[in-house]
Design a protein. Structure first.
Length: 289
């Protein structure tokens, strides 16, 4: 395992279709309670993270806001140096409800704007993405959102959104890791200029042991951890990643991906781990209430 201290300036930006630049590595805050998330975000900021990925559905936006305020990232130059994403709760989709929800979310986060606002799930069984997008477009025009994105959208959902709004999102955040690579979704997004952002980039840890020890052997060859190998694979694929960790040491490790490169054979070995089983939820059926 490497002991280098990560330099936040090493984390590259991904330029999106709308011209905005998002740091390729962010901190995910799913499944951390509102009280517990504050020190987690504070330690990530201290480690050099400049990208925080949250959501109304995580029920911890107030805790994220407290961390941003305590660390001085709610205004001024420090705010400008930070990328903050949040997501609309699925039960609040719709034009009027989205406008009310967004005002509440900005208040909880103690921010005047967020860098990206996202539809959290496509909810095809109760589709309201088109009308919700009208509110999103207004937030962008008002300067309260820079980039509009979606999560968990399949090509058919992206097509429908484009048909109704004339626009593709700049980012599609999906479950993506070595054993669930969603190649058809990724190919569609690349064809339409939509950046891919991976949540559960290590399948909640399950992929650390994937491939009959392949990941561990690659890690040993480079003197890094299995987690760093998987995250490096994502980086080399041009994917935006939001690994979650509540531990400061692990947060630093997840940033420290730029002192080694996978060989072509190593990268291909990880590519070959693709499989048929997702770790999370099916976008055709799931919703954050």
């Amino acid at each position: 395992m490497t002991n280098r201290h990560p330099n936040p300036n090493e984390v590259p930006d991904i330029t999106l279709s709308d011209g905005n630049a998002i740091p390729q590595i962010g901190l995910g805050v799913l499944r951390i309670d509102d009280e517990g998330v504050t020190p987690v975000v504070e330690s990530a900021l201290a480690a050099g993270y400049r990208h925080i990925d949250g959501a109304a559905g995580y029920n911890n936006e107030a805790g994220v806001g407290r961390a941003l305020a305590a660390a001085g990232y709610t205004t001024g130059e420090q705010r400008q140096s930070l990328w903050v994403t949040t997501k609309l709760r699925d039960s609040e989709q719709g034009y009027d409800s989205a406008r009310k929800a967004f005002d509440r979310q900005l208040g909880l986060l103690q921010l005047e704007y967020v860098d990206m606002y996202m539809l959290h799930w496509p909810t095809p069984f109760d589709w309201r993405s088109g009308e919700t997008w009208k509110a999103f477009d207004e937030f962008r025009a008002e300067g309260r959102v820079k980039t509009l994105g979606v999560c968990n959208f399949l090509p058919e959902h992206l097509e429908r959104l484009h048909r109704e709004t004339g626009e593709y999102p700049a980012v599609n955040q999906i479950e993506l890791h070595p054993t669930w690579q969603q190649r058809e979704v990724v190919a569609y997004c690349k064809e339409h200029g939509i950046a891919i952002e991976a949540y559960s980039p290590m399948a909640r840890g399950a992929d650390l042991n994937a491939g009959n020890g392949d990941i561990e052997r690659i890690a040993a060859a480079h003197g890094v951890s299995p987690a760093q190998v998987i995250l490096r694979w994502h980086i080399e694929n041009g994917t935006i990643i939001i690994p979650k960790s509540v531990h400061a040491e692990r947060q630093q490790e997840n940033l420290d991906l730029f002192g080694f490169e996978l060989t072509a054979d190593e990268h291909a070995a990880i590519d070959a781990l693709d499989g048929p089983t997702r770790a999370g939820h099916d976008p055709m059926t799931f919703t954050y209430a």
